[in-house]
Design a binder for this molecule. Structure first.
Ligand code: SAM
Length: 304
């Protein structure tokens, strides 16, 4: 079987780890809610094509190479997040929403829908931020209160798997406001490391982008001024904190809007042991459901 679009990024080990953690979480989460009368939705907001070839380097920026045929029988190709989610079997998701900006990728996702004709699968060719903000806010508005407090029996898992800094803080805040969604987010550490120079603060255009990404200027706490005594008097030098601190600022901020956040994300490293991504989990349900979700996520983050 071949598909038209090759979705190629990441290195085998960490892409596989990421997908395994997600898949295991989806299985355990749905099984934990099996005997409760919830409508369960899975939203894959950077959905891809359904298959992943992690052996080719990640695209630069938002560029994407394609036009090649991806032989999905090749042992290099992994089953992607959308296909793993739809295959959860013990207690299948009631609704699956696949959001994908790229038209060719969205067309590949239609194949999944065709393969599972009895399932409620929505494919949204849209920007993840625009879709999620509207979706979360509409649900809150229809219900008049966060989903969780409405008596409406809805729960959801959202997976955000961007290449770089595409996710706006407003989107993450909209997810938290529902009090009903669990969030897995791949934090793009290597992209941010490029944006945040080590010896000076970023210029204004990047600073604005960072404000949108972090939802404020907390990232500025990464920079400190050091005074260096020299022969000609003291000189001030600006230094940025280390890479893991870049993710920690975000993790701390997640803790201000989500009642439950895994405090040990999974660090995905390159061959020189530098962190490329941090895989983070947050649950928005303030009650027991959120605690159970956090326990499952912590166990998986620790194990893989
Ligand atoms: C890392 S891939 C997703 C892989 C997928 N999670 C999997 O495991 O199969 C990221 C995808 O997000 C899409 N994308 C990039 N920016 C987007 C945006 N702003 N909104 C929605 N999709 C976007 C890209 O076209 C690409 O297919």
């Amino acid at each position: 079987m071949a598909i038209n679009v090759a979705n190629q990024f990441g290195s085998p080990t960490w892409t596989e780890q990421k997908l395994t953690i997600l898949e295991q979480y989806l299985k355990r989460y749905t099984t934990a809610l099996k005997n409760q009368d919830f409508h369960l939705t899975y939203v894959d907001a950077f959905a891809g094509t359904g298959f992943v070839n992690p052996n080719v380097a990640a695209p630069q920026g938002n560029e994407f190479s394609w036009g090649e045929s991806l032989d999905v029988s090749s042992r290099d190709v992994l089953v992607g997040s959308t296909r793993r989610a739809i295959a959860v079997a013990d207690k299948p998701f009631d609704t699956l929403i696949f959001v994908e900006q790229n038209a060719n990728h969205a067309a590949e996702l239609q194949r999944i829908r065709a393969e599972y004709p009895s399932r409620d699968v929505r494919i949204e060719q849209s920007d993840a931020n625009a879709f999620l903000q509207t979706w979360c806010d509409t649900q809150n508005r229809i219900l008049g209160v966060p989903w969780n407090r409405s008596g409406d029996r809805q729960r959801a898992v959202v997976f955000l798997d961007p290449f770089a800094t595409q996710v706006y803080w407003r989107t993450v805040a909209a997810i938290a406001s529902t009090e009903s969604i669990d969030l897995w987010i791949l934090f793009p550490l290597s992209a941010l490391t490029r944006i945040l120079p080590r010896d000076r603060e970023p210029d204004e255009a990047w600073a604005n982008r960072l404000d949108e990404f972090y939802g404020g200027d907390e990232w500025r706490t990464l920079y400190q001024t050091r005074i260096l005594p020299t022969l000609f008097g003291d000189e001030a030098e600006i230094v940025r904190a280390d890479q893991r601190a870049i993710a920690q600022v975000y993790l701390d901020k997640l803790g201000t809007i989500f009642p439950h956040v895994s405090d040990s994300p999974k660090w995905f490293l390159n061959s020189r042991n530098s962190p490329l991504f941090a895989f983070m989990f947050a649950a928005s349900n303030p009650g027991r459901g959120g605690q159970i979700a956090l326990r499952i996520a912590n166990h998986l983050l620790d194990r893989w």
